[in-house]
Design a protein around this ligand. Sequence first.
Ligand code: PLP
Length: 399
Amino acid sequence: MINQEVLYRGKEPSAIRKLFEQGKKLKEKYGEDQVFDFSIGNPSVPSPAILNESLIALINDSSDHPNNSILHGYTSAAGDMNVRQSISSYLNETYDAKTDANYIYMSVGAAAGLSISLRAIVSSPDDEVIVFAPFFPEYEVFIDNAKAKTIVCYPDYNTFYPDTADFESKIAKNTKAIIINSPNNPTGIMYKEDIIVEITKILKNKEKEYGHPIYLISDEPYRELIFDNERYPFITNYYDNSIITYSFSKSLSIPGERIGYILVNPKCEDKDDLFAAICGAGRSLGYVCAPSIFQYMIPKVLGVASDINVYKENANLLYDELKKIGYHVVRPDGAFYMMMKALEDDDQSFSDRALEYNLLLVPSASFGVKGYVRIAFCQSKNKIIDSIPQFKKLYSSYT
Ligand code: PLP
C-alpha cells in the first residue's frame, strides 16, 4: 500500500492552493479584470533588470562564471564556494553578522532549507518544534515530515507579536527548535529588536534549565521587503544556536527558480556536526546541489531587490481604504500580506461569502488562528483600487 500520509497531503491541497484554483475558474467565468485574487504570494513586481542581465552574461560569456564550460553542471553539494563566500561577506558588511561561508548551504528555496534544517535537528518522535501563530501553513507539513510535534504559541492580536508568556509556558524538555518568520507571512509584521531580545532571553534561560540547545530557526524570505528602512535585527547577533533559512524567491521575484540558503551561526554550540547533519539531510532528502546557474547569479544581485515601493503603496492604500470601510486590519511593516478580521467568527464562511463578490481571501484557520483572512496584496495598484467597491459590498452584506 502507498504511504497514506503523503497521499493525504497530495489529495488535500493547502487552503491557499485551493482558493488559487477556484480563482482560475472564476476568471474563466467572469473575466480576469472582474476577479480580485488575493490568495497566493506570487510577487507582482518584475525582477530587477540586473538579474536578467547577469543571467544573459553567464550564458553568453563562459569566462563570467567559475566553471567555464560546465555552467549547467553540478556544483559542490553544499553549493559553489565563491557564491557562499560572497553571501557571507555581504551579510557581514550589511548586518555585522560574523557569518562564515563554511557554514552556508545553498538550498532549493526556503522550503527545502526548512525541511533540511528540521531533518537535521529532530531525532525522536517526541521532539517538539514551536511555531508562532499565525504561521506559514507549510511549517506543519515540514515538521510532520521530520517526525516531530508542532506546538503552537498564540499572538497578541493587537500587534500580532508572539505572546511571550504563552511561549515561555510551552517550552518543554523536548523542545528542539522554534521557528520565527519576520517580516511575517501572513501578517506582514516585522519583529523589532525588543521582541527578538525577549524571545532569545527566554530561550537562553530554557537552554540552561534543560541543558541542551534549543535551535532558533529564523525563516527570512521577506527580509529584504521592509517598507520603512527599519533596522533588521539579524538573528545571529542575538542568539548563538541559530539557523537562518533564506530565499531569493520574494526579494528578487523569482519563486519559480528555487534558490536560497541555510546559514548556521558559527557561534552555534555544535556547529560542525550541525552543518554536517544539514549536508546529510540535504543528501537524504535528495536536495543536493541547488540550481547552478542561479547560484552563479547571486554574487551580482546581493543587496538588490525588486521595487519595494510598489508593495508599500499597495499596503498603505489597502490599509487606509479598509479602515475607512470599517474593517479591522493591522498595518504591515513589510512583505505583501496583511490580516483582516472576518466579520463573523467562522473565517471559512467569511471567505466563502467574499467569493460571492469575487474576492479571494485566505481563511486564517490554516495559519493557526481563527476569525481572520489573509490578503496577499502582491497585485497591480489598479487591481487594489478596483477591489475596494467589492470590499464595501462585502461589508454591507453583514450590516
Ligand atoms: N517561508 C515563508 C514564510 C513563505 O512565505 C514561503 C513562501 O511563500 C516559504 C518559506 C517558501 O519559500 P520558497 O519559495 O523559497 O521555498
